[in-house]
Design a protein around this ligand. Structure first.
Ligand code: T4K
Length: 381
């Protein structure tokens, strides 16, 4: 089956369930030769040939110097914090998937939530300084929906206060700005290759780092701390990506440009069709020179005749499973809400966004007919 056939877009039917995303899967027949290689070599994990190949291929594709594969994005985040020996307090965003802050708790670090800015819903640099204390050691921003943070402003603050910056770049595969890959910004960036992401290895993730020495430390940390058969240099974890996942990543890379191009078309169609729907605002891009269209967030404003949650329900009644990413805010979950920085008054922009944003379905095989059907339901609500 050709690339085009694998992206075949079927026409719409009201009985068809449409989810916020659907993984892009190349034809199964294309994966068989990869599996045969694994069966022949009997190398299933622990840095096998596909693991080595995928690390190299991703560095080249993404335009980054060093990359270490992981079993998922969450373990990559947990390990990134350990690699830089982050302790004390870390400034982060409440407007993200819960794994962002959980990675801090897993390291015994106190999250300090800072509000987001209204255009990108990314950490607001203007509010970071007021949250810095003598215990602050790092900033953990998120390139939310793949829209880059204000990386220059964040770096300036980090340099002034001698803080590390680790980007949760789970949504930002392939995103570039004027100076190249946004994944090169900060001290480390962490990707997720989960099934729901633009580039998926079923489960998977990676840390991107600037130099070979840091990569070596990360590689030790994801392999129990082993340097050789008898030497353990750190209390590492098992974070290694298996050969099946890495092989699948190699195959996915062949199809990624095609998948991104189809996402771009869907993004453009939504923007065009939603332009004149009163009360609906599409989140603008954040100045990226290459976007990945990983999510399609809309804001349901007061002029819209229904609430965000009513629209969410109407879409569900029509078999369309849009998602309220990111509601509730991380700071509202029980393990965080007692923190002083979790107070609503501290996070007004994030709190409002959590009540207004709806992420519409976007994935390569979503048909234009279905995009039109989704917009019709929104316009008629
Ligand atoms: N940081 C950020 C900013 C993140 O967004 C994430 C993950 C992480 C860190 C952690 O990275 P990982 O450790 O996950 O690599 C999903 C994902 O599970 C999660 O990876 C993702 N962020 C988050 C934003 O979304 P759910 O609970 O919404 O997933 P779920 O199972 O409801 O899937 C959504 C829809 O996707 C389903 O309704 C149908 C479709 N789907 C899903 C799966 C898993 C499929 O068609 N096939 C599938 O296999 O969290």
């Amino acid at each position: 089956m050709s690339n085009n056939a694998s992206l075949r877009v079927i026409s719409s039917s009201a009985d068809e369930r449409i989810y916020v995303t659907q993984p892009h899967l190349p034809p199964l027949s294309e994966f068989i030769p990869y599996l045969e290689k694994i069966w022949d070599s009997k190398l299933l994990t622990n840095g096998g040939p596909f693991h080595v190949q995928l690390e190299r291929a991703l560095c080249e594709y993404l335009g980054v110097p060093h990359l270490s594969l992981f079993t998922n994005g969450t373990l990559a985040l947990v390990t990134a914090l350990q690699a830089l020996r982050i302790t004390g307090e870390v400034i982060t965003t409440p407007y993200s998937f819960v794994a962002t802050a959980h990675s801090l708790l897993w390291n015994g670090i106190k999250p300090v939530f800072v509000d987001v800015e209204p255009n990108t819903l990314n950490l607001d640099p203007a509010k970071i300084e007021a949250a810095i204390t003598p215990q602050t050691t790092a900033i953990l921003p998120v390139h939310c929906y793949g829209h880059p943070c204000d990386v220059e402003a964040i770096q300036k603050i980090a340099d002034n206060y001698n803080l590390k910056v680790i980007y949760d770049a789970a949504h930002a595969f392939g995103v570039r700005d004027d100076s190249g890959s946004v994944l090169r910004r900060g001290d480390l960036s962490v990707l997720s290759f989960h099934a729901t992401k633009v580039f998926n290895t079923f489960e998977g993730g990676a840390i991107i780092c600037p130099d070979a020495k840091t990569k070596q430390r990360i590689d030790h940390l994801k392999n129990f701390g082993f340097v050789d058969e008898v030497t353990v240099v750190a209390s590492g974890i098992n974070g290694k990506m298996s050969e099946i996942n890495a092989a699948f990543g190699m195959l996915q890379l062949k199809h990624i440009d095609h998948a991104l191009a189809r996402r771009k078309e869907i993004d453009a169609t939504y923007r065009e069709l939603l332009r004149d729907v009163p009360g609906i605002r599409c989140l603008p891009s954040a100045g990226e020179t290459a976007a990945n269209y990983s999510y399609f967030p809309i804001l349901v404003n007061a002029e819209y005749p229904a609430s965000r949650d009513a629209l969410y329900q109407t879409l569900r009644d029509n078999n369309i499973y849009a998602r309220r990413y990111f509601y509730p805010l991380i700071s509202d979950f029980p393990m965080y809400r007692g923190l002083p920085s979790a107070r609503r008054e501290n996070l007004p922009v994030a709190a409002e966004a959590a009540l207004k944003v709806l992420c519409l379905p976007i994935y390569p095989s979503l048909s234009n007919d279905n995009v039109e059907r989704i917009v019709r339901i929104i316009a008629d609500c």
